[in-house]
Ligand binder design. Structure first.
Ligand code: ADE
Length: 417
């Protein structure tokens, strides 16, 4: 067994404790689940292995799983997103944490350290934990009850594994729960990109923003950028999504044309080589580049280094690339998830929803452990509805409910006269 934790500095724990404490006050839905978990202990005796961004909100999820009776081993899901103070606070609370900022070379070893704890459930963000378990710790798979995946990229990877008959545990696509995808991806990433860019104190009004891809993350990025007065151009490869962008009132162009007008370029496609050398060459002076997709493959950093002649770090996670003609491009977060690297991820209020889905999905997995096959399941809609209901209650927002007659009408085949 490896050591019980590997983090940057345990002395950072007081700051991390305050940070988790503040996040918790903004996560009332998860707090309610935690209170129930404390009484019912639905996760008693289980070990959960998690590969998540180690943020203050993940700290609140960790405490909730512990309240439910689980032990937790945690590693980071991105080399640059770990909040070292939070990692320290979690170690102080007895969690096994293998994460620090910046962890490029030991990233996979940290995942393996989590698997060394022989987890019963895997909670993943990007599917690296589940993939490594399948590739390098095959003997573990028999005792793993199931996995839970937080991201679109991870769910796509796991669906491909299933299509190739290579998925050997049941997986629940937490990402696809309506109360996750339509809020975390849309409002979390939408606000996140604006906050990350605003950290540079750049004006959006009158600028041209290119949004690559038009899934839920991009809807948020496009809406928020337009709300601040930017002209938004969408690029897409999928005709249905492109049409949706057109009908939402955006210009749609191929990337090659769009980059000529760009002041900022945001990517969230899940695919590689979305912005490459030929695009960088044709951009204007001063363009800001930010990737919001899970992996650092969308904006080709290698190409950017090849076509420019000088690189200078001009701020925390802001690199200036200067070309031989004096043109400068600015890359946020080294091409990794800009919102997580630059501003610490989605606000707690959003993660309240996503991590409530994770907590209730773990409970669902345990209750249904004997029924689940080796495939990718969606989260039952009742879980999403329950979370939305509680979230509204915590916001003191009341909604209407159907009368008995209305309910009967909806369930009948009556037609209006
Ligand atoms: N993914 C996006 N934002 C996050 C956050 N604040 N914590 C954990 N995972 C995240």
């Amino acid at each position: 067994m490896t050591s019980k934790y590997q983090i940057k500095n345990i002395d950072l724990s007081p700051k991390g404790e305050n940070s988790i404490y503040l996040a918790e006050s903004r996560m009332p839905t998860l707090a309610r689940i935690r209170r129930r978990f404390e009484k019912e202990k639905p996760l008693k005796g289980l070990t959960i292995g998690a590969c998540l961004h180690v943020t203050r909100e993940t700290g609140v999820l960790a405490q909730t799983l512990k309240a439910g009776g689980a032990k937790l081993a945690l590693c980071g899901s991105n080399p640059l997103s770990t909040q070292d103070d939070v990692a320290a606070a979690l170690v102080k609370e007895g969690f096994n944490v293998y994460a620090w900022n910046r962890n490029d070379s030991e990233y996979y070893n940290c995942i393996k350290s989590v698997l060394d704890h022989k987890p019963d459930i895997l909670i993943d963000d990007g599917a690296d934990l589940i993939v490594i378990a399948h590739k390098e710790k095959k003997t573990l798979l028999e005792s793993i009850l199931g996995g839970q995946e937080e991201t679109t990229t991870g769910v796509n990877r796991l669906r491909v594994m299933h299509e190739r008959n290579a998925l050997n545990i049941p997986v629940i696509a937490v990402n696809d729960a309506i109360v996750k995808k339509m809020f975390d991806n849309r409002y979390g990433t939408g606000q996140g990109v604006v906050s990350a860019i605003k950290a540079l104190n750049i004006l959006f009004a009158g600028k041209t923003v290119i949004v690559a891809g038009y899934g839920p993350c991009s809807w948020g990025m496009a809406t928020r950028s337009r709300g601040l007065g930017a002209n938004v151009i969408v690029t897409e490869v999928n005709p249905i999504r492109a049409l949706e962008a057109v009908m939402d009132g955006y210009r749609v162009l191929p990337m090659e044309k769009a980059v000529l007008e760009a002041d900022m370029v945001f990517t969230s496609t899940g695919c590689k080589d979305v912005v490459v050398g030929k695009h960088f060459k044709n951009m204007k002076d001063g363009v800001i580049l930010a990737n919001l997709g899970h992996f650092n493959i969308e904006i080709s950093v290698k190409d950017l280094e090849d076509v420019s002649s000088k690189k200078k770090r001009i701020g925390e996670y802001v690199d200036e690339y200067t070309f031989s003609n004096g043109k400068r491009l600015y890359l946020l977060g080294e091409g990794r998830l800009a919102n997580l690297v630059v501003i610490g991820g989605h606000p707690s209020e959003i993660m309240d929803l996503s991590f409530s889905v994770q907590a209730l999905t773990a409970e669902f997995l345990i209750k249904n452990r004997d029924k689940l096959e080796h495939k990718v399941y969606t989260v039952p809609n009742e879980i999403s509805e329950e979370i939305a209901k509680v979230k509204l209650e915590t916001m003191k927002i009341n909604i209407d409910s159907l009368t008995e007659e209305q309910e009967a009408y909806i369930k009948s085949f009556e037609i209006g006269t």
